[in-house]
Write a protein that binds this ligand. Structure first.
Ligand code: PXP
Length: 252
């Protein structure tokens, strides 16, 4: 597979900073436009049940006003399903959500949540929305995702990014590689994300069956020091170089 690796920029934490003061600045929509200028292929936003960062009005504005495809991260709840069906984003990524967590801590419980997920995947797909399920990089979880009718999985890269560099991180990377290979075998489009930064993105970008990475927190944090466009351009270059190396096509 030699498809271009897409970059979805998650703008949630622009809203986190805005909400710290309750005003309008910084505006996630402005960040989305900058992301496009810097080479992002899509914008990702997570409308959480507690609205801690992205709010309903952000989804209205992003849906109406950005040119890039919008990937709505959402829990499989009736409220979120209704919102997704109203706005019809290009894509929806179903994630687990716990009120107390700081961020999405793991992949979906695809076995335990089977009935709810199947209904949600069916309703979203029926509306023409590309559905992905956020899962741990375990082949068995991918098999279940496939059986639920999801065309796409997003592999959780959090454990890989948190693992100590060296043996532990290498083992986590191997799990991601095996899961990505399994996704290709069973015909699932494969994405990955969570926790990725400049030092962790390359090995994941080099996995050729992965076609999209979704990256947020690191980019928004890095933007404080060097600007958002620069952070995205640098991430884009690291991804593209790692993929070109993997394709054996990078010119010297
Ligand atoms: N993918 C999914 C499914 C997520 O829930 C998140 C976090 O909202 C991300 C990617 C991006 O993670 P990070 O902000 O750590 O880059």
């Amino acid at each position: 597979m030699t498809e271009k690796l897409r970059l979805g920029v998650n703008i949630d934490h622009v809203a986190t900073i805005r909400n710290a003061r309750g005003g309008l600045h910084p505006d996630p929509l402005r960040a989305a436009r900058m992301a496009e200028a810097a080479g992002a292929d899509g914008i990702t936003a997570h409308l959480r049940e507690d609205r801690r960062h992205i709010g309903d009005e952000d989804i209205v504005r992003l849906s109406r006003e950005i040119a890039l495809p919008l990937n709505l991260e959402m829990a499989a709840t009736p409220e979120m399903l209704e919102i997704a069906l109203r706005h019809r984003p290009h894509a929806a990524c179903i994630v687990p959500e716990k009120r107390e967590e700081r961020t999405t801590e793991g992949g979906l419980d695809v076995a335990g949540g089977r009935a709810t997920l199947e209904r949600c995947v069916g309703a979203l797909s029926g509306a023409g929305i590309r559905v992905s399920l956020f899962v741990e990089p375990e082949p068995a979880h991918l098999d279940i995702a496939h059986s639920l009718g999801a065309p796409v999985v997003e592999l959780h890269t959090g454990s890989y990014c948190l693992a100590a560099p060296g043996k532990a991180r290498g083992a986590e990377l191997d799990r991601i590689r095996r899961a990505a290979a399994h996704a290709a075998e069973i015909g699932l489009e494969c994405h990955a994300g969570h926790g990725l930064g400049f030092d962790t993105v390359g090995p994941v970008a080099a996995i050729r069956s992965i076609v999209e990475l979704n990256i947020g927190h690191f980019l928004i944090g890095e933007a404080i020091f060097g600007g958002l466009e620069s952070a995205i351009r640098q991430m884009r270059a690291l991804m593209d170089n790692a993929r070109a190396d993997a394709n054996g096509a990078r010119s010297a």
